[in-house]
Design a protein around this ligand. Structure first.
Ligand SMILES: [Zn+2]
Length: 276
């Protein structure tokens, strides 16, 4: 029995994480499908997987970088179940998703074989996004991205986790100094956009106090307004005790396969090149 994850890519050009649940059989699901089916297939190949191996997709929301429209065509032919919050269902229909493949939920979804995903509504633009606690055989992964601001909503649900994946979108100084127009800066920082590195760290530290995290995976770093080196320095300065379990995801290069183990120290199964 085990749970492992690999962030195939994360950033404004596409987000997708593969989770592998191992019990009497292996199952693979994706959290978000923001890379095209072709790009996803190319990044699955080194893992020995194809998109035919994906049984379920959990969507955080339907922004283009989390849901590539190419999946609306692929999902019916492969028989993939797409799980999303009820509030996103109509938009998914509008984007051409076949209703038969959609499995809308209000609180969470039973994935079978002892696996469950609990949804947590988070502020992000008009429609909001959904964070997930994916639990398999007592091992718990929390994943949240595009969460606008720290409302404390995660505190109730992201407890006793064994791994945390959370966005760490921008460095405030870099964003302020960037040539981005004022309306865009307001959208990102105004509470319905993304988390800064500092906000993300504050949440990660609170969750770490109530968990035994084997991994902290940072998602959705802005290419223009963030750098992995800045994030690492922040952790070294303010959360040195968490540095040994930190993985910073990349837009272009899949993360290592991270084995999520109950209450264990970090383990990496396979090493990949990390760059932004
Ligand atoms: Zn996004």
């Amino acid at each position: 029995m085990s749970l492992s994850i690999c962030v195939l890519g994360s950033g404004s050009a596409g987000n997708c994480t593969v989770a592998t649940l191992q019990s009497h059989q292996r199952r693979h699901l994706m959290i978000d499908a923001g890379l095209s089916p072709r790009a996803t297939a190319a990044r699955l190949e080194p893992l020995g997987l194809t998109i035919d191996d994906i049984g379920d997709i959990l969507l955080t929301h339907l922004d283009r970088d989390h849901f590539h429209p190419g999946w609306a065509r692929v999902v019916p032919t492969l028989g993939i179940s797409v799980h999303l919050h009820l509030r996103h269902r109509d938009l998914a229909h509008h984007y051409g998703f076949p209703p038969a493949q959609l499995q809308p939920f209000r609180d969470g979804v039973d994935l079978g074989s002892g696996a469950r995903a609990q949804g947590v509504l988070l502020p992000h633009d008009q429609m909001g996004s959904v964070g997930y606690v994916l639990e398999h055989d007592g091992v718990r992964l929390g994943l949240a991205t595009d969460l606008g601001r720290d409302t404390g909503a995660l505190d109730d649900h992201f407890r006793n986790l064994d791994a945390l994946a959370i966005e760490s979108n921008y460095d405030r100084t870099m964003l302020m100094a960037s040539p981005r127009p004022p309306f865009l800066k307001r959208r990102i920082m105004g509470g319905l956009g993304h988390l800064s590195n500092d906000q993300s760290l504050a949440i990660a530290q609170r969750i770490a106090q109530r968990s035994s995290l084997s991994h902290i995976v940072l998602l959705h770093l802005s290419r223009q307004c963030n750098e992995p080196g800045i994030v690492r320095s922040l952790y070294a300065r303010c959360a040195a005790d968490l540095l040994d379990r930190l993985t910073i995801s990349s837009q272009h290069t899949p993360s290592p396969i991270l084995a999520v183990e109950s209450g264990r120290r970090p383990q990496m199964v396979l090493f990949g090149e990390m760059q932004d």
